[in-house]
Design a protein around this ligand. Structure first.
Ligand code: EPU
Length: 351
């Protein structure tokens, strides 16, 4: 394992923003991870675990301690089935997420096809319970193998213990910083049908007489994501981002009624969907757009994606400070007009 110094982190992120890592190592095995942890401890260095870099905003100062990049690879299909007839795939945290989705689709296993085209690595998926187009990884994750920094040992965390909810899990809430994800096991349905519930997907296949297969669903999702600037296409300006910059706010019934009232005065209807048992999830993109931050709007080096109001984009040479300034402007404006506080979705590192 090679210990490097002053390694620029911006190229390792989709945002292409952020300062250097004081120290940097790439861990290809569990024992590399253990060695890196011992090194950080012996030198008293704060540790940051970097995955695919697709949901991060790294500060301009960078990271003052050790960045551990998880590069554990491998997609293994376990032999046989579980009690529900599902096939288990054991995947290294450093694998590209989309490579795994492609692998599952080719193997005709259903459960992750709607999560096609999402950038980042496998290890990041349980952390924020990655979801799109009607699927979330919480539905297919069987267990997560972790290195437990508190107990100093490798452990298995089963799905129930992951505490999954919308964009959250124990890994980014109650147990944040405790575990380093090493491998993730997904349970997929062999020969299963694609999940075609999300409005955009239904629209895409409208008028078709035969049911689309998994491969066609994967292509459709990638196509829809590309139209929204949410597919990484090298050289495409709108994809220098961290995807959705804000979470869709989950409101209580009273808060939702208040928002509807605000919208009614303006003759508008807020897009909202049922969430939890009694709550409503409302579209953050809609709120951003209707607060004056329209698609394609530039604010110097940063701007709003020309294809989706929820993505803040680096238009070239942006600093983290500029992103934060725009984030704050958006939060303030949305709160003034709509009475709703938007929460950022990417992880902020080194602030
Ligand atoms: N909308 C706008 N303006 C826009 C875009 C969308 O008003 O510029 C409104 C429309 O009414 C639209 C609604 O927002 O119907 C929902 O838009 P979309 O289907 O694009 O979904 P989203 O809520 O904006 C979420 C996820 C995405 C995921 C898509 C598709 C969050 C924070 N974002 O976006 O995830 O790909 O659904 O399932 O939950 C990510 O987390 O980085 C991400 C890209």
């Amino acid at each position: 394992m090679l210990l490097q110094e002053n390694v620029p982190l911006s190229p390792l992120t989709t945002f292409k923003i952020g300062g250097p890592a004081r120290f940097y190592v790439e861990a290809r095995t569990t024992s590399d991870v253990q060695d890196a942890v011992s090194l950080a401890r012996s030198r008293d260095l704060p540790l940051f675990v970097l995955g695919g870099g697709s949901n991060l905003l790294i500060s301009d100062a960078g990271w003052p301690g050790l960045v551990l990049k998880t590069a554990i690879s491998g997609i293994e299909q376990c032999s046989g089935h579980d009690e529900e007839g599902k096939v288990l795939f054991d995947v290294g945290a450093g694998e590209s997420w989309d490579r795994f989705v492609s692998h599952a689709v080719i193997a005709r296993c259903a459960g992750v096809e709607c999560l096609s085209g999402i950038p980042g690595s496998v290890g990041g998926t349980p952390v924020q319970n990655v979801g799109a187009y009607g699927q979330e990884v919480s539905e297919t994750i069987e267990s997560v193998e972790v290195f437990d920094l508190k107990e100093g040992q490798v452990r298995e965390v089963c799905r129930e213990a992951c505490g999954f909810s919308y964009r959250t899990s124990i890994f980014n809430t109650t147990e944040r910083g405790r575990f380093i994800i090493l491998r993730v096991t997904y349970a997929l349905e062999p020969g299963g049908e694609p999940h075609l519930e999300y409005a955009d997907l239904k629209r895409h296949f409208e008028g078709r007489e035969t049911t689309p297969n998994l491969a066609e669903t994967r292509e459709a999702v990638r196509h829809i994501r590309a139209l929204k600037g949410m597919l990484i296409v090298p050289g495409e300006a709108d994809c220098q981002s961290a995807g959705s910059f804000f979470k869709n706010p989950v409101l209580s019934e009273a808060q939702h009624l208040e928002l509807i009232k605000h919208a009614k005065i303006r003759g508008l209807t807020v897009p909202s969907y049922p969430a939890l048992e009694t709550h409503k999830k409302v579209s953050a993109a809609w709120l951003v757009e209707r607060s004056g931050f329209v698609k394609g709007h530039g604010f110097g080096h940063v701007g709003i994606s020309s294809k989706h109001a929820l993505a803040i984009v680096n238009r070239g040479g942006a600093s983290a400070a500029e992103v934060i300034a725009l984030k704050e402007q958006i939060q303030t404006r949305v709160e003034e007009i709509w009475g709703v506080r938007l929460e950022p979705e990417p992880v902020m590192v080194g602030f």
